[in-house]
Design a protein around this ligand. Structure first.
Ligand code: NDP
Ligand code: MG
Length: 389
């Protein structure tokens, strides 16, 4: 097998770091993709020389075509471009770092193509996790987690027996509003919510870290990746983000994975597994750190974490609905149309008002239509809230 890779969402926070890691490891990046960041895509084409660049937005694609007409790259565009990039490229692995539910089709198409999958896009597992894991199983394809907590758990489990696991312990930084009351976070503006204490990430996931919705998604992501119920996934606030997560075994031994908070480590492990190579991350200085702290999450102030546990148990289309409502609400919050607390209200109300589908086998079309219905409902609730302001 060759060692070429494809990086989807290459212009994002994870995507740009993935290109950096790939170049550090000497891997050839055969295809990249983005939504509309034309300037950055041009830079990446000139630097990494991929065969194919998929651009979702048609207008951005025509703009890019003109800019890179002196290079050999093939720019493709539209809804099916990402799928074409996956299928037309000779690569061993696809790293999916697209943000949002837009990453779902690329995840499924990667598995159908027989290529290995390094998965940063947690939304695909949240919305359609059972079917994705089943498909990976049938096709005998490895999914390598990129999300730091799940990468940590994967590293903690190693070759161990997962039947011996008592629980997974997901660490959470607690976000910028840890320790605040519901009253205190009411009037927070987007600028404050976009400051993350330990990780530097895309806008949506940064806001999701502030509401703890992100941790809720990660609980669901963990239940899918490691085939455990949500009742066996515990969340612990760990402000320093040095322990990236832990596994507790039935003999009460707890294995943890530590490191400086730097996504390049998680990305690199997904690309070098089962081996390790020298990395770009700063080594951990325990003497400088001195101590690590732990606290219980405040579910009163941050109810979306609690909602994610309930939704995880109920399954059906509800995880996809919760995600769609959150995508819309976060976007409206970033546009200053609703307040920080309204995100919680919209996600809760829209999710709880959802009628589940009476069918045991949910298809990707069911998920996509639930996603688009939810967007309409969340948007109209958001507009109503906006008028009230
Ligand atoms: P960013 O917003 O920084 O980047 C998103 C990427 O996806 C960009 O390349 C963007 O292109 C592309 N994109 C956006 N919308 C679409 C679309 N509709 N179709 C195709 N491509 C699209 O996100 P992050 O890098 O922060 O996050 C990516 C994923 O990784 C998310 O699922 C997130 O939850 C997960 N993750 C991120 C972590 C982090 O540290 N950032 C940590 C753990 C997980 P363009 O630039 O042109 O808009
Ligand atoms: Mg994470």
């Amino acid at each position: 097998l060759n060692d070429n890779i494809i990086v989807l969402g290459s212009t994002g926070s994870v995507g740009t770091q993935a290109l950096e890691v790939a170049s550090h490891l000497g891997k050839k990046v055969k295809a990249i993709s983005g939504h509309s960041s034309v300037k950055l895509l041009e830079e990446q084409i000139r630097k990494y020389n991929p065969d194919i660049c998929a651009v979702l937005d048609e207008k951005s694609a025509s703009d890019l075509k003109v800019r890179v007409s002196d290079t050999a790259v093939k720019v493709i565009s539209g809804k099916d471009a990402t799928v074409a990039a996956i299928n037309e490229t000779d690569a061993r692995l696809v790293l999916n770092a697209v943000s949002g539910i837009a990453g779902l089709r690329p995840t499924v198409e990667t598995l159908l193509s027989g290529k290995e999958l390094a998965l940063a896009n947690k939304e695909s597992l949240v919305a359609y996790g059972d079917q994705i894991m089943q498909l990976a199983n049938e096709k005998n394809i490895n999914i390598y987690p990129v999300d730091s907590e799940h990468s940590a758990i994967w590293q903690c489990i190693g070759e161990g027996n997962s039947n011996d696991i008592k629980k997974l312990i997901l660490t959470a930084s607690g976000g910028p509003f840890f320790g605040k009351t519901a009253e205190e976070i009411k009037s927070i503006d987007p600028k404050k919510a976009l400051i993350h204490p330990t990780w530097k990430m895309g806008k949506r996931i940064t806001v999701d870290s502030a509401t703890l919705m992100n941790k809720g998604f990660e609980v669901i992501e963990a239940t899918k990746l490691f085939a455990l119920p949500a009742s066996k996934v515990e969340v612990v606030v760990h402000r320093e983000s040095i322990i990236h997560s832990m596994v507790e075994y039935i003999d009460n031994a707890v294995i943890a994975q530590l490191g400086n908070p730097d996504m390049r480590q998680c990305i690199q492990y997904a690309l070098t597994y089962p081996r390790r190579m020298d990395g770009l991350t700063e080594p951990l200085d325990l003497f400088k750190l001195k101590k690590l702290t732990f606290a219980e999450p405040d579910l009163q102030t941050f109810p979306l974490l609690k909602l994610a546990y309930d939704v995880s148990e109920k399954g059906n289309i509800l995880p996809a609905v919760m995600n769609a409502a959150d995508e819309v609400a976060v976007e409206m919050f970033l546009q200053d149309k609703i307040s920080f607390c309204d995100i919680q209200e919209i996600v809760e109300r829209v999710t709880l008002e959802t009628k589940v589908i009476e069918c045991s086998c949910i298809t990707i079309e069911n998920i996509e239509s639930a996603d688009s219905d939810t967007r309409t409902r969340a948007l109209s609730l958001g507009e109503r809230i906006n008028h009230r302001r």
